[in-house]
Design a protein around this ligand. Structure first.
Ligand code: ATP
Length: 341
């Protein structure tokens, strides 16, 4: 495996700046997830690394070698696409063997057999090797698609939302598997998704991307606890972070320059009313089994937080709210550190 570095890479399609001055290093053995909405430039970034697109400016290095002008075939990369992209007329075995049978690679058949069997075992599809690729469940098909990348030993694996077409249960299962496989192989992976749970659970580092720009890069914990700005803060967390204009919290001390207070569910506790400063009214309670989502009206704004399902809360009831170390943002939306004035 190897390091991959992008230095000030930009790519336009006519008027659209798909990728803007993007700099990013993926270290050997690291699992980096680019998290961003549709149109953020995630796929374009992957295509630039593979050589399927040429950047307008900037440099791409693989293992220290400048590959910016190299054709895709000369770059040692394996790509897993969103769609399974299997050969339907071939068996699972032959689908897995396919990348190793390319004339350029000339891998001997006994070695191919060994690699295919190892990969199938890693992905728990050994019993399906003889099946035709179409006679599989969706989850198995996606395992085969991932396996087709894993049979090789490239510098880096690039994965473009490979789990997004699966149902929630399978996605959760394959998330865990993919992380396990990556750790077992020590693989270097750049994975793109719009799914915050995938980013939080699999990434060594998350890069939050929007409009072709990398807004912040850091460990899942850093991104969650110390987001650079309001947008990054809003990308992670379920239910999403609440934003309140600071002037509505005039009784609560906030750092100098605070325009907006960012309140995640763990920053907002609901208590019995007993003369505290912040009073909200329960608007709606959603029962989700192990927890309740509580929607609260506070000075004309709506806030959502979590509550224990045994806490008695009824719509219309006034409750006392306490804030525990929320996040603070300035007028430009940048986070400011929590030194109280
Ligand atoms: P999604 O999650 O929907 O796949 P994405 O983050 O992968 O989105 P990209 O596919 O990289 O986004 O697209 C970034 C921007 O570049 C979009 O505005 C898209 O319409 C535009 N774009 C991508 N490829 C082309 C192309 N070949 N020609 C013109 N515009 C393109």
């Amino acid at each position: 495996m190897a390091d991959v570095t992008l230095r000030n890479v930009s790519k336009r399609f006519g008027a659209i700046e798909a990728v803007r001055d993007l700099s990013l290093s993926i270290n050997d053995g690291e699992f980096v997830v680019l998290l961003g909405p549709s149109g953020a430039g995630k796929t374009t970034t992957l295509r630039l690394i593979t050589g399927l697109e040429q950047p307008d400016s900037g440099t791409i290095l693989i293992d220290g070698q400048d590959v910016t002008r190299e054709p895709p075939g000369a770059r040692d990369i394996a790509f897993v696409f969103q769609q399974y992209s299997l050969y339907p007329h071939l068996s699972v075995y032959d689908n897995l063997a396919f990348p190793l049978r390319s004339p350029a690679r000339r891998v001997p058949e006994p070695l191919i057999k060994k690699r295919v069997e190892q990969t199938a075992e890693l992905l728990h599809i050994s019993s399906k090797l003889k099946n035709s690729a179409t006679r599989l469940s969706g989850g198995e098909m996606q395992r085969v698609a991932i396996g087709r990348a894993l049979v090789r030993d490239p510098a880096i694996y690039l994965m473009d939302e490979p789990l997004s077409s699966l149902d929630a249960k399978l996605r959760a299962e394959l998330r865990l598997e993919l992380k396990r496989v990556q750790l077992e192989l020590g693989a270097t992976i750049l994975y793109v998704t719009h799914d915050q749970v995938e980013a939080m659970t699999m990434a060594s580092r998350i890069g939050v991307i929007r409009d072709g720009q990398l807004l912040q890069l850091g460990s899942p914990r850093e991104i969650y606890e110390r987001p650079a700005d309001r947008y990054v803060a809003s990308r992670l967390g379920t239910p999403p972070i609440n934003f309140l204009p600071a002037q509505l919290l005039s009784d609560v001390p906030t750092p100098q320059g605070t325009e907006t207070v960012g309140i995640r569910t763990e920053h907002l506790k609901i208590g019995k009313r007993n003369g505290g400063r912040l009073v909200g009214r329960v608007h709606r309670v959603e029962h989700l089994g192990e927890q309740n989502h509580v929607h609260l009206a506070y000075k004309g704004e709506m806030l959502v937080t979590l509550a224990d399902p045994h806490q008695a809360l009824d719509a219309g009831q006034d409750v006392e709210l306490s804030l525990l170390d929320p996040l603070y943002f300035d007028a430009a939306g940048k986070r400011i550190s929590a030194t109280m004035r």
